[in-house]
Ligand binder design. Structure first.
Ligand SMILES: Nc1ncnc2c1ncn2[C@@H]1O[C@H](COP(=O)(O)OP(=O)(O)OP(=O)(O)O)[C@@H](O)[C@H]1O
Ligand SMILES: [Mg+2]
Length: 457
């Protein structure tokens, strides 16, 4: 029993070679699975735009809502399933997939979507003759990948799939080659007496796992696409008594056995991995918050919720961190960096300009290379880490009223009044929610920026 939430067992049919029988295999396997085990939910969708799945499974007059494009756009999979012919559920195909290609960030998107799909039973995914990002997603999500091969050329081609599996750290054992479109009339002299024996021997020789069941080339199957109704008939109903019928029965039985033997399908594993990841991120976030004062380091007051911007300071080793109010930091820039002696009111144009520049910059302060001990190098970078300005100023001669210099000194203080080899980075943050910079994705970005800047110092 897979209680509470449902996780599908995913079979992907894939080969880079066109016309090897992928779609015929995917659609007919779905139908045989359902016929062999009527209580087992079987669903299918295709990343191809041939609409074969739709021609085969749609029911006349059925109202359609949603396609595979919606699946990729985060609609829960279970809401997209349509009850189809032969008891197979299907998600309608889409012509819009090409446009979505760019929005698929990486190969793990479909795995995540299927993990959240709440679909139960077996899902079959038909793919295009291509190793594009769609197919890569279908491969990554699969518990079992069936790779039809019909000749040496298609076997050569499947090397790329195996290499992709190695690269992604996926288990090669989930890949199965199936000799398809085998012409049983062709016989050879010698050791390999026919096509399927030859292909299988080559596959095993290359370390590929090959199915014992193969699929014959059958004029009957070929004819199922061509009829006055414009439909595509299944082997189950229209190919009784043929070799192909018993071959699909045996493929289906194997798949069902594997399904019941798989206690934890990839979708479930992916879901628990994702939950652990979320938990880890949350803990890391709270770890960063621990010990971080919510008040301004300079004036000691709570950060103003209504200010547009505040500043987050962190030492290069991450040991010291805290927030600085926008007013306090601008005050430091005005007095220490621009050496403006008088106080500038909030609506002073110079102050407003400095304010504006500051919130679009990142600042770094480190012990200066200059001759005088205790001098500080002040750098301004843009938010992508390009250097915009460098200035050296003496720490000792700073005006009293500027509290930020005390923070700099405190952070960079080393032994015996010397400054240590470290820097303090000052990064603008949202005034409303200053802690958002500590959330995993944002923090990771900031650390990247920090490294980029460190390499330039
Ligand atoms: N066992 C078979 N015997 C005879 N013809 C077959 C068999 N399987 C598939 N065919 C025919 O071969 C052609 C290609 O099959 P199919 O569309 O399943 O291949 P495909 O790999 O999905 O192609 P594509 O790469 O274009 O998506 C079709 O015309 C189909 O009817
Ligand atoms: Mg196809």
């Amino acid at each position: 029993m897979r209680a509470m939430k449902n996780y599908p067992y995913v079979i992907t049919v894939s080969s880079e070679k066109g016309g090897v029988g992928k779609t015929t295999l995917a659609t007919n396997l779905a139908i045989f699975l359902k016929a062999l085990d009527e209580n087992l939910p079987v669903s299918i969708f295709s990343f191809d735009n041939h609409f074969t799945v739709d021609k085969m499974f749609s029911i006349k007059g059925q109202k359609l809502s949603g396609t595979v494009a919606d699946l990729l756009l985060e609609t829960p999979g279970c809401d997209l399933l349509h009850t189809g012919q032969y008891g197979v559920n299907y998600i309608p195909s889409s012509t819009a997939l090409n446009d979505l290609r760019g929005s698929l960030k990486g190969p793990m998107v479909l795995a995540r979507l299927l993990a959240m799909s709440n679909i139960s039973g077996i899902v079959i995914v038909d793919t295009r003759p291509d190793l594009d990002v769609m197919t890569q997603n279908a491969l990554y999500a699969a518990d079992r990948v069936l790779v039809p091969i019909k000749d040496m050329a298609s076997m050569d081609n499947c090397r790329n799939i195996f290499e992709l599996f190695d690269k992604r750290g996926l288990d090669r054992k989930s890949l199965t080659l199936i000799p398809c479109l085998i012409d049983e009339r062709i016989k050879f002299e010698g050791l390999f007496k026919d096509q399927k024996t030859l292909l299988k021997a080559f596959a095993i020789n290359r370390g590929y796992r090959c199915s014992d069941t193969f699929i014959s080339k059958s004029p009957k199957v070929e004819s199922l696409n061509t009829n006055p109704d414009g439909r595509i008939y299944p082997i189950l109903t229209h190919g009784r008594g043929t070799d192909v019928y018993s071959q699909f029965t045996s493929l289906g039985q194997n798949a069902i056995k594997e399904y019941y033997d798989t206690k934890e399908p990839r979708a479930l594993l992916f879901d628990s991995w994702q939950k652990e990841e979320d938990q880890r991120k949350k803990e890391a976030y709270f770890g960063r918050l621990t010990g971080l004062k919510s008040e301004c380091l300079v004036c000691g007051k709570e950060l103003k919720q209504d200010s547009q911007v505040s500043y987050y300071c962190e030492s290069s080793d991450g040991a010291a961190s805290g927030y600085v109010e926008s007013d306090c930091f601008t005050g430091f820039l005005i007095s220490a960096i621009f050496r403006i002696e008088r106080e500038l009111p909030a609506d002073d144009p110079t102050r407003m300009m400095i304010d504006q520049t500051a919130r679009e910059s990142v600042f770094v302060l480190n012990p200066g290379e200059g001759e005088s001990p205790g001098s500080i190098d002040f750098h301004r970078f843009d938010l992508s880490g390009s250097s915009l300005l460098k200035k050296t100023y003496p720490l000792a001669r700073l005006p009293e009223r500027d509290g930020f210099s005390g923070i700099v000194e405190g952070t960079l203080a080393g032994y015996e009044g010397q400054l240590r080899d470290a820097f303090l980075m000052v990064h603008p943050v949202s005034g409303e929610n200053p802690a958002s910079i500590l959330v995993e994705e944002n923090y990771r970005e900031m650390v990247k920026l920090k490294k980029r800047i460190a390499s330039q110092l």
